[in-house]
Design a protein around this ligand. Sequence first.
Ligand code: HEM
Length: 435
Amino acid sequence: MIPRISGNKLLNSISWLNHPYEFLDRALEQYGLTFTLNMPTLGNALVTGDPAYISEIIKNKHLIGGRGTRVLRPLLGDDSLIILEGHTHFSRRQILTPFFKTSYIRQFDSLTFTATLDAIEKLDKNACFSVFHTVRQITLKTIIRLIFGTMAQEKEKTLTQLVDAYCASFQNPLFLFLKILHFNLGKFSPWGRLQQNKKALYKFIMDEIEQRNAVPDLKPSNLLNELIFAAHQQKANLDNDSIFNEVLSLLLFGHDTNAVTMSWLFYHVYQNSDIHTKLKANTGNPQQVAEDLGPDNRNFLKACILESMRLCPVVVHLTRVAEQDTLLLERTVKSGDKILPCTYLAHHNPDIFNTPYAYKPQRFMSDKEYYHSFFPFGFGARKCIGEQLALRQMQIILSTFIRETHLELDANFKCNPERQLLLIGPTHGTMMRVV
Ligand code: HEM
């Protein structure tokens, strides 16, 4: 019998939304790796970090992804890859995948490197800075270049400002979940400001699509051009509005997730002086590290990144919805119920990860594979399309910081997990200073 989380549904919901790590720590201790719950924001859900369940979930064709991210529709529209299902999801993914392969993304290594050097140069000695805010400027630059190709400097600057303004308009994590806040009183209400900022981005991207549409021999040399080509050929349900939604979603996911992940990474590395010293002694040329650490290679820098993602996964759980009554390890999940494969629970399973709350990069130095127990980028047909890009950027950015500057955590910084919409990051994105 699978245990069911008891207690007041509303209080559980608030705790789940505001303090998911704490909520899951308590649940793990009390109920183990698998339990059910019912909350107003979720409905009925089976939550699991048990590798046996995860293995079944990956294989099961009746558990549908995409619906769990519906809460993002007001931000991203309803037809970007992360939200699509079935054949449209498959064909959209086929169009996008080549732009995230190692052979394509390695051309952005030097941009990430120089953007990191620029960011370091701008840091005031002894002044406090947020890792999240510093890193997101670097990752945003790269994803803009990947999507749009090289644009005039002024245009790139305008687009950066528009994305910054849009991201700033949904900082409060409860904003999306509470529909009661979705009223538009123009610039006087948060929802109104969000709509205005989205409109400005829409105009920029639509102008860009129209200008490119007018080019007679447009080359599919960047992701936006490829989407425009695909729309001409009536592939993957694409029209100008869905191109806008796709571009918007890639712009947001393509920079924010790795910036939040890096806030945890800097916290873990700089909190452990032995680890930091070892990294400093071992870090080679930052532009070369991503090449040395190809997808299958193991070394200490990559191990530090993976261990940080294990300990503090920014995506706490994935969401699948049963499209019909479905048998899962002798338990029937009812049609419409949710299954949450839970990264946080799986990553803290004491049977797999000895002393699960300790930061020990050595775990990822051996050949051991953590099948079904470690999935910070998700799994199966919906696995993160940006995994290799994110890993390359993290390696380059961290090794550049380590080689080029001397940092320490700000003495007043108290690290607590905080929700940033769907992601969980450290307070203020980890506050540090150059010494
Ligand atoms: C460290 C950084 C990142 C983390 C931890 C992360 C995590 C994830 C996870 C867990 C999923 C699976 C969601 C699910 O199964 O429902 C996902 C999907 C996705 N990610 Fe990432 N991601 C990161 C970086 C990126 C980057 C750089 C991009 C680039 C554009 C990106 C784009 C996407 C997209 C488009 C999907 C949807 C894939 C699909 O449904 O087919 N992510 N990501």
